[in-house]
Design a protein around this ligand. Structure first.
Ligand SMILES: Cc1ncc(COP(=O)(O)O)c(C=O)c1O
Length: 403
């Protein structure tokens, strides 16, 4: 009997898990770790959403299996969101499916559309499900950059020209996790044209649709005329309404892709708990002031983090969107690599971050910092980082206040 399971052999050890294990051990030992590692929102969901959950959970008939593709009211609520926010019309019956978090949705879609040996174009670095969802389904990944510039389109063309079999799917994620890069509508217009010309499906992950800071709302690929011919897009309630544990996300767009995914899901699950879906409707249909307030709060955190870390001697580019900063390892410590640097930050500064290499080889040289602690804790993190950098002989002059 072999224990060399085909899929397991394709899943490398999760690098980020090493830092997570160290963080857990440190906490178990009573240490106060400032956790900027995982993108797990620290804010509560809106009160009216929690109240709706409780109200529906008290109904005796709300406890059976739900609908795998999502209750009709929630699919309508998601179509309403796309109409309001992006001016995109969606048919809730055929162009919307509810998922148990967008992570599950991405994996189900990968299962639905991938044959062993298919080639998928995915960003490197990337949020792991963008590659491993397809690897689990038997695909081969060809990496493309995350930076949405001319070189990006050149690399897409090269990939089509040199890869056999020709890639059939392209994954895009803007605002990007982990790099926080953003795009404008013109980028999506060009991308949709490219995908049509090359007969490639586009899967867009828009998990950070509402976390943008420089006044320009993040676009949806579906705003491009004709995008539905080739694209689906995932969104999530996890970050927008701080409902990460509730596991509610969506895929919308191309009917064939939505139908394929819905079919696979119907074999795998019975949908999220009905009271959770009812409360998700309340989130999408109810007052939206929480979305603006959370955006402002993350914006403030971003400014505090960038400014206080710079004073500590670590220059971090200010992210225009998402809840992450993509921080180059300080040049004097670059030789450590992102994993060792993250471990040292945890041990000596009591600050947990995610090593960039955990998101793919092109993430080496960076760490991802999640803005999921309050301003006071971010300032404390910066003070701890400053002491650590000083102990390593980094930026002595700046860190001692000459700046
Ligand atoms: C880019 C991106 N996509 C998807 C997800 C997963 O979100 P969900 O909670 O909806 O599964 C995350 C979570 O951090 C993410 O960063």
């Amino acid at each position: 009997m072999s224990e060399e399971f085909y899929r397991i052999r394709r899943l490398p050890p999760y690098v980020i898990a090493e830092v997570n294990a160290m963080r857990a051990a440190a906490r178990a030992g009573g240490e106060d770790i400032i956790d900027l590692g995982m993108g797990n929102p620290d804010l509560p969901p809106p009160d009216h959403v929690v109240e709706k959950l409780c109200e529906v959970a008290k109904k005796p008939d709300a406890h059976g299996y739900s609908q795998s593709k999502g209750i009709p009211g929630l699919r309508r609520a998601q179509a309403g969101y796309y109409g309001r926010r992006f001016g995109v019309d969606l048919d809730p019956e055929s162009e919307v499916v509810v998922t148990m978090g967008s992570k599950e949705g991405l994996a189900s879609l990968a299962t639905a559309i991938t044959a062993p040996g298919d080639v998928v174009l995915a960003p490197n670095p990337s949020y792991p499900i963008h590659t491993f969802g397809f690897i689990i389904a038997g695909a081969t990944i060809r990496s493309v950059p995350t930076t949405p510039d001319e070189a990006y389109f050149e690399s897409l063309d090269k990939a089509m020209y040199y890869t056999v079999p020709r890639p059939s799917v392209l994954v895009v994620n803007y605002p990007s996790n982990p790099t926080a890069e953003t795009v404008d509508l013109a980028f999506y217009e060009r991308l949709v044209g490219w995908a049509k010309a090359n007969k490639v499906w586009i899967i867009s992950d828009l998990a950070y649709s509402e976390l943008y800071y420089d006044g320009k709302p993040t676009p949806s690929i579906l705003q491009v005329k004709g995008a539905k011919d080739v694209a689906v897009e995932f969104t999530s309630l996890s970050k927008t309404y701080s409902m990460a544990g509730w596991r509610i996300g969506f895929a919308v767009g191309n009917r064939e892709l939505i139908a394929a995914m819905t079919r696979v899901k119907s074999y795998l699950d019975y949908g999220a708990f009905t009271p959770v879906q009812a409360a998700a409707c309340a989130a999408l249909n109810g007052p939206q002031d929480i979305v603006d307030r959370n955006r402002e709060l993350y914006h403030k955190r971003r400014d505090v983090m960038v400014e206080s870390f710079a004073r500590a001697g670590w220059d971090i580019p200010s992210p225009a969107a998402s809840m992450f900063a993509w921080a180059p390892v300080p040049p004097a410590l670059a030789h450590l690599g992102s994993l060792e640097f993250s471990k040292q930050l945890l041990t000596h500064a009591k600050v947990a971050v995610a090593p960039g290499v955990g998101y793919g080889e092109n993430g080496e040289g960076y760490v991802r910092i999640a803005m999921v602690e309050n301003e006071q804790r971010l300032r404390q993190a910066a003070r701890n980082v400053k002491r650590y950098l000083q102990s390593m002989g980094v930026n002595q002059a700046r860190a001692s206040g000459n700046r």
